[in-house]
Design a protein around this ligand. Structure first.
Ligand SMILES: C[S@@+](CC[C@H](N)C(=O)[O-])C[C@H]1O[C@@H](n2cnc3c(N)ncnc32)[C@H](O)[C@@H]1O
Length: 422
């Protein structure tokens, strides 16, 4: 097999596994396949895989307008990655078609059909580029969770799902940002979007531990943590891979980190090492574990559908199964309940999810406040006024769909501060 075929065969197998086995692109078994390739091929692989998932609904429409018979999963996935490359990534069609035909032979797919369909699609690619999708084309589970969406919200969300994310980074200090040699579009005195598209592990200031990658939306709640309050002891209940914890550690505040996942703790530890931070790390299930101590602030960056990160994780719509909401809602509820018992009077729980779905966000908090009369919602306010960010705050929460600031894309997100008043 020639190099292009080998890479495309891996692309096919990865997409097939994500689709059928409900795996994430970042799962260990998939990362193993990707990491055996050279760096320049890894960029190609990621580009095709991510965009095939981003455009899979568009491509399904294109396939349906060209082929009437019901396709098998291997046929569908092979056409998906090939059509994405030809129509949406503008790759040379003959290379794509030749490789796809060879892969079809390998899987005993009727390669005549693949060849003829891709040739026809190539001839119409300029027209097909404009294929539009509607809200009704999105997965049923998502439509049921967003019945309350306005027309505007539907349009905005649909537009966001095919966009690529931008890289937002957070510095340990204002000085480190000031001294940074890279071009950064500043979002605060500590953060900004990195303009360079080079591999970050080759950038000196990254190697030196001056900054880490963290989406603007996920940076925002800790950046605005009310400074009126004093936090001597903080617990981060779901800490890995560490962005929020690094924000606290860079202020020199004492924080205990916890996460249930041993592999993710390893990543957290390696990040802490690079950034030259040291602190206590626990490996407990926060829904069950009874911590002995009490805290002034408890951070719950809870497991959730992650739908706010759809640009980075397009597999959310591509996988055959949707998120297990009943399980997620229960875990979030238990975490809030456990945190309420470990908090000192006057302390704050910071509840966050990279989701905007009502069940995981506002309803979760309103149910908590109904049960816990010793808590009240502490208004989400900007520590430093910036009119670019007003749109992210509503009803005293931070809540946003995938959006943009300064023409750069940011994740959909939710955050609420809960104060223990009694
Ligand atoms: C959204 S991520 C946290 C991101 C992290 N706060 C950051 O800023 O990089 C959610 C984390 O919750 C952890 N988690 C899930 N269930 C948990 C549980 N029952 N107890 C503790 N951690 C849990 C996951 O392993 C995952 O690392």
């Amino acid at each position: 097999m020639i190099k292009g075929e080998k890479i495309r065969l891996d692309i096919h197998n990865i997409l097939y596994t994500i689709f059928k086995s409900n795996k994430n692109l970042k799962s260990t078994s998939i990362e193993k396949i990707i990491n055996k390739h050279k760096q320049e091929d890894i960029s190609f692989l990621n580009n095709v895989i991510l965009n095939s998932m981003r455009y899979h609904i568009h491509v399904e429409k294109i396939i349906n307008s060209h082929i009437k018979k019901k396709l098998r999963d291997h046929e569908k996935i092979l056409l998906l990655s090939s059509i994405t490359q030809i129509v949406f990534l503008n790759f040379k069609e003959y290379a794509v078609i030749n490789c796809s035909v060879e892969i079809a032979k390998k899987f005993k797919i009727y390669h005549g059909l693949i060849n003829a369909t891709l040739k026809k699609i190539s001839r119409n690619k300029n027209y097909l580029k404009n294929t539009k999708i509607n809200f009704s084309d999105l997965p049923l589970w998502f439509r049921s969770e967003t019945k309350y969406f306005s027309e505007n919200e539907r349009d905005k969300f649909i537009k966001s799902i095919i966009q690529e994310p931008h890289l937002h980074i957070v510095f340990k200090s204002e000085k480190k940002l000031f001294n940074c040699k890279e071009k950064v579009i500043k979002t605060s005195d500590l953060s900004g979007f990195l303009e360079s598209k080079t591999n970050i592990t080759n950038i000196n200031s990254f190697k030196n531990g001056d900054w880490w990658v963290q989406d603007f939306s996920s940076f925002f709640p800790i950046y605005n943590l009310p400074t009126k309050k004093k936090y001597k002891k903080i617990l981060d209940t779901c800490a890995a891979p560490g962005g929020k914890a690094f924000q606290i550690l860079s202020k020199g505040i004492n924080i205990t980190l916890n996460d249930i996942n041993k592999n993710k703790i390893k990543i957290l530890e390696s990040n802490l090492k690079r950034l030259n931070f040291q602190t206590e790390i626990l490996n407990k299930d926060f829904t069950k574990f009874r911590f002995k101590e009490k805290y002034d602030c408890i951070i719950i960056d809870a497991p959730c559908s992650a739908i706010g990160t759809i640009r980075k994780n397009p597999e959310i719509f591509f996988k055959m199964e949707g998120p297990n909401f009943n399980e997620l809602i229960k875990v979030q509820e238990k975490m809030l309940d456990n945190a309420s018992q470990l908090l000192n009077k006057g302390g704050l729980i910071l509840y966050m999810v990279c989701s905007f779905l009502r069940r995981e966000t506002e309803s979760q908090i309103n149910n908590f406040l109904k049960k816990k009369t010793d808590f009240k919602l502490y208004n989400f306010k900007l520590e430093k006024q910036n009119s670019n960010y007003d749109k992210l705050i509503k009803d005293n929460f931070m809540i946003t769909l995938p959006d943009n600031i300064m023409k750069q894309n940011i994740d959909g997100y939710f955050a609420a501060y809960l104060e223990k008043i009694k």
